[in-house]
Design a protein around this ligand. Structure first.
Ligand SMILES: C[S@@+](CC[C@H](N)C(=O)[O-])C[C@H]1O[C@@H](n2cnc3c(N)ncnc32)[C@H](O)[C@@H]1O
Length: 213
């Protein structure tokens, strides 16, 4: 697939390469450890392999799972982010690529996370990517991701820029109802949808499961 992010005016990869260190230095203001610990504690599949799309510097997602003995594959298109991840999550298997371009065997991962990253992908590609995640998950596996909504952008649907930590970044979303209909159409069972405000920013956290049979 050609890189759809090139359809925006912002070269997000270059932006994240430039401000990866600043982002990581400030990452602690968004404490998601209760969410990650709950996800790990509630997980029941035997083989423990996480795919983290838009993994950034490997903290906190990859590092938390690695500490619990999981295998972690992390995908990010920012080489500088993956440099940082080699320090903060050294055992993570890094894949430097656009998440829209990667491919994995079906039924590989017990959990897939896309934390604070899917909203950077143009919304017209969200369901295609989420359908691929469905295939990559083991039966019974879970998908956790954050979704931008009107609570963040001020508009019911959005394709544009917002400033975050002093950087103009591309964000994209549709209405939550459209997303939920799409997820169910793919075959996911939606387990929870929660608006959470962390570090002063509100996103929709979606937990969905690929049915076990
Ligand atoms: C806000 S950071 C979140 C990083 C990490 N998930 C976290 O929780 O801190 C967004 C990350 O997604 C990456 N990213 C954005 N769009 C991407 C894409 N299309 N493919 C791969 N990585 C992408 C960026 O390089 C950046 O590292």
């Amino acid at each position: 697939m050609t890189s759809p992010t090139s359809s925006t005016d912002i070269d997000l990869k270059a932006v994240y390469d430039r401000f990866a260190d600043t982002y990581h230095d400030n990452r602690g203001q968004f404490d998601i450890s209760p969410i990650l610990n709950g996800l790990i504690a509630g997980h029941s599949l035997e083989q423990q392999h996480l795919l983290d799309l838009g993994c950034g510097a490997g903290e906190p997602v990859a590092a938390t799972f690695l500490r619990q003995g999981w295998t972690v594959t992390g995908v990010d298109f920012s080489a500088r982010m993956l440099d940082l991840a080699s320090t903060y999550a050294p055992d993570m298997i890094p894949v430097c690529a656009d998440m829209l371009d990667v491919d994995f065997h079906d039924n590989t991962f017990a959990i897939i996370t896309i934390v604070y990253a899917l909203f950077h992908v143009p919304a017209q590609h969200h369901l295609t990517l989420l359908a691929r995640c469905f295939d990559w998950l083991k039966p019974g596996g879970q998908l956790l991701f954050t979704y931008a909504t009107e609570a963040y952008t001020g508009q019911p649907t959005f394709d544009g820029t917002k400033t975050f930590m002093g950087e103009a970044l591309f964000y994209s979303h549709r209405e939550p109802e459209t997303l939920m209909t799409g997820l169910e159409g793919i075959g996911f069972t939606i387990e929870s949808t929660d608006y959470k405000t962390l570090g002063g920013e509100t996103f929709l956290w979606v937990l969905a499961r690929k049915p076990a049979t």
